[in-house]
Design a protein around this ligand. Structure first.
Ligand code: PEP
Ligand code: MN
Length: 338
């Protein structure tokens, strides 16, 4: 398990000295924001060159410490590497832009740097993979992916919706790619970082990137989500690590049972869709619209009530039924047009 930790932004020599002194024995690499992408203008945008000078000085005191920072353009790459930054990451906003990623990839060409690519703010797996592929083309030392959650329009309990399925799909397609979780930017809340880190471990992530600040409440960026070095140490001690090497017999039995249940689910879904086709024919004969809003509302409410009785999460059932209903409408429209 690779552990990367450090402040959201480099703020002063003393801050970095404190963090590195506390973390040097427990983490593999120190993260430190040098240039900060801010959604709105006017906020603290990172110390830039002054931050790099601080890192350079700290490196003299701690020659074995390794540092990584975010880069968003070729000039950042050049300056970061010139000042002894050991690894870089591409931030969520930059991953969204193939032009920027290509320029960064060119700047990294032949530099033997380790590069981490955060997911884009939208849950677009192709955009994420595309950015990774562009960086891989520049023959860098190593490439890994960082899952930092996705922007949600509606308020959720998280700052960024984890949508674990996107990271799981990335891992399914690229099992060779180390996958790191950034629980700090997912939760946005210091008191939830430990819980999310454990979830990432349970899902088989290869590493964690956690924001750590000596006095989080005074941090110039992301004050609500940073934890202290002491809190990081207790978090790391509390994590339960799993092995992936052997499959216990009990797990094998449960998986067989799940496979059987899935088979029945698929057969039932297929039956449901066949009934939809028949319904489409009847609606066509009687000149009725495919979407009958009252009926749909009734079906949805029934299922949510049923979910409650069966101890299944109502929100999950709503999402499931919205998906089933969309497919059912698609089938009916297809039938209608025959
Ligand atoms: C960060 O790591 O401080 C950061 C700005 O992250 P993201 O690109 O995930 O928003
Ligand atoms: Mn941050």
């Amino acid at each position: 398990m690779q552990i990367i930790a450090g402040p959201c932004s480099v703020e002063s020599h003393q801050q970095m000295h404190n963090v590195v002194t506390e973390l040097i024995d427990t983490v593999d690499m120190i993260r430190c924001g040098v240039w900060k992408p801010r959604t709105h203008p006017g906020g603290f945008e990172g110390l830039g060159m002054a931050a790099l000078k601080i890192v350079q000085d700290i490196k003299k005191e701690f020659p074995y410490a390794r540092f990584c920072c975010e880069v968003a353009n070729p000039q950042h790459v050049e300056l970061a590497l010139l000042h002894g930054i050991d690894a870089v990451w591409i931030g969520a906003r930059t991953t969204s832009n193939p032009f920027s990623v290509s320029e960064i990839a060119s700047a990294l060409h032949g530099t033997h740097t380790s590069v981490m690519v955060k997911n884009a703010t939208a849950p677009d797996i192709e955009l994420w993979l595309g950015a990774i592929e562009r960086i891989e083309q520049s023959n860098v030392e190593s490439v890994s992916a960082i899952h930092r959650g996705f922007t949600a329009y509606h308020n959720t309990i998280y700052r960024n919706d984890p949508l674990w399925e996107v990271a799981i799909e990335l891992h399914r397609r690229r099992t060779d790619l180390p996958l790191i979780c950034d629980p700090s930017h997912i939760t946005g809340r210091a008191d939830k970082v430990a819980e999310l880190s454990q979830t990432a471990l349970d899902l088989g992530f290869d590493g964690l990137m956690i924001e750590v600040h000596p006095t989080p409440s005074q941090a110039l960026t992301d004050a609500t989500q940073q934890i202290t070095p002491h809190e990081l140490n207790s978090l790391l001690h509390s994590l339960v690590q799993h092995t992936n090497s052997s499959t216990p017999q009990r797990l094998q039995m449960l998986r067989t049972e799940i496979d059987e249940v899935d088979k029945q689910l698929m057969q039932i879904l297929s039956r449901r869709m066949n009934i939809c086709r028949e319904i489409a024919t009847v609606k066509k004969e009687h000149n009725l619209t495919v979407l009958q809003s009252n009926r749909w509302e009734q079906v949805l409410q029934d299922k949510i009530t049923m979910a409650d009785r069966l101890g299944i999460d109502g929100d999950f059932v709503r999402r499931l039924y919205e998906s089933i209903h969309t497919e059912s409408l698609r089938i009916q429209i297809e039938e209608e047009r025959k």
